[in-house]
Design a protein around this ligand. Structure first.
Ligand code: PMP
Ligand code: GLN
Length: 382
């Protein structure tokens, strides 16, 4: 008998980040697509990992995460967000932010539950909802600011709405939540059974003196939120794949049931090192300014090209418009830029379910100046 597999994700292909990175490598293009820095991470942190390994931190750690790391994270939340987070019961260390998001969805969703997702959305969200039996309810973000229309959200809420997914600073647009968004959200979810999944992996990557609006800053939102973070983004080590989730005790209790039979416990030496490194607060407190310089440098260089920037207030990314250069579809143009001009971006259409064309490309500017210079040199030929 022929073995038959019924796909759980029949419409899903390979993620655009892998697709564009493979293409960039094949054509020796400068990769401004997938979001990762091309410069060295902190040497101090590397040395702390080495030290942790030498000291013998090479075996399983507690399934919820190295206790000292969780304590230091709770201190950080108290400092930054005035938040009361119990390190014992409300934080779990995970192998990356993506895993934290997946696990949060698995924890909450029952078949048929509706989840409000804003488009463009990070590419893992919708497949993650669907594989967990949920139904994504898509709401477009309003270009060019890509802000949330809360009236539209209100209209999409039904008795089946189980969750709202948020992401600030936002990938791919670089938009951020403002206090007015927090007020509208608070009003909307009050006295409902709606949970919030807040993807805050870019919490420190925020520019122009703006402050990050974490769900952890607002007790009324915190009590219904699962908040996901990534050390990879904060410490320029995306390959480490280490993150964590913060949620109220009763939710975290269920989250841990899922986590313990999927991952159980994460890399020990990295956690020991990060617990020590978290004491060096300037490493994360200065991050926004450092990365803003890169955004500004790139934007200034890009003014020599025919690509036009949209505002980016946070994240690793900025959108650029090529309207006026060509009518090509975003993906076709992204591929042609990679093959013929030697610079790989990500087409914005990859962050939408239905075909969408805004003539926008996402560029990752968290690169050495020499890389950005070389890329702009090539893009000037456009
Ligand atoms: N959410 C967003 C919006 C991201 O851009 C990323 C990027 N990697 C993640 C989650 C996942 O982070 P991690 O690499 O820690 O899984
Ligand atoms: N978060 C990164 C980005 O948006 C990519 C992570 C991945 O390749 N899955 O580019």
């Amino acid at each position: 008998m022929k073995l038959q597999l019924s796909s759980k994700l029949p419409t899903v292909g390979t993620t655009i980040f892998t697709e564009m990175s493979v293409l960039a490598n094949r054509h020796s293009a400068i990769n401004l697509g997938q979001g990762f820095p091309d410069f060295m991470m902190s040497e101090t942190l590397i040395n702390l990992v080495h030290q942790a390994m030498k000291e013998g931190h090479n075996q399983y750690v507690h399934m919820n995460g190295w206790p000292l790391l969780r304590e230091r994270l709770a201190e950080k939340f108290a400092d930054l967000y005035n938040a009361n987070v119990d390190p014992e019961t409300e934080i779990t260390v995970t192998p990356g932010g993506t895993y934290a998001i997946y696990t949060a969805l698995t924890t909450i969703l029952q078949p048929g539950d509706e989840v409000i997702v804003f488009e463009p959305s990070y590419d893992s969200y919708i497949p993650n909802i669907e594989i967990n039996g949920g139904v994504p309810v898509l709401i477009p973000l309003q270009a060019p600011a890509f802000s949330i229309d809360w009236q539209m959200v209100k209209e999409k809420i039904t008795p089946k709405t189980r969750m709202i997914m948020l992401n600030s600073p936002h990938n791919p647009t670089g938009s951020i939540l403002r206090k007015t968004d927090i007020d509208a959200l608070t009003e909307l979810v009050r006295d409902t059974g709606i949970f919030i999944l807040s993807d805050e992996v870019y919490e420190h990557l925020i520019f122009d003196g703006q402050t990050h609006e974490s769900m952890l800053k607002y007790p009324e939102l915190q009590e219904r939120s699962l908040v996901c973070f990534s050390f990879g983004k904060t410490y320029h080590c995306t390959g480490w794949k280490l993150g964590y989730c913060v949620a109220p005790k009763h939710l975290m209790h269920e989250f841990r049931k899922v986590h313990q039979f999927n991952c159980f416990s994460c890399n020990s030496a990295l956690q020991v090192a990060l617990a020590a490194f978290l004491l060096q607060k300037e490493a994360y407190l200065n991050l926004g300014k450092e990365v803003q310089q890169k955004r500004d440098y790139f934007q200034q260089m890009m003014s020599q090209t025919r690509l036009k920037p949209l505002p980016s207030h946070g994240s690793y990314f900025q959108l650029y418009s090529y309207a006026g250069i060509t009518d090509e579809k975003e993906k076709d143009f992204a591929i042609r830029l990679t093959k013929e001009f030697g610079v790989a971006p990500i087409p914005l259409s990859a962050f939408y379910q239905a075909p969408s064309e805004n003539k926008l490309l996402r560029f990752c500017f968290v690169k050495k100046e020499a890389t950005l210079d070389a890329a702009v040199n090539r893009l000037m030929k456009l």
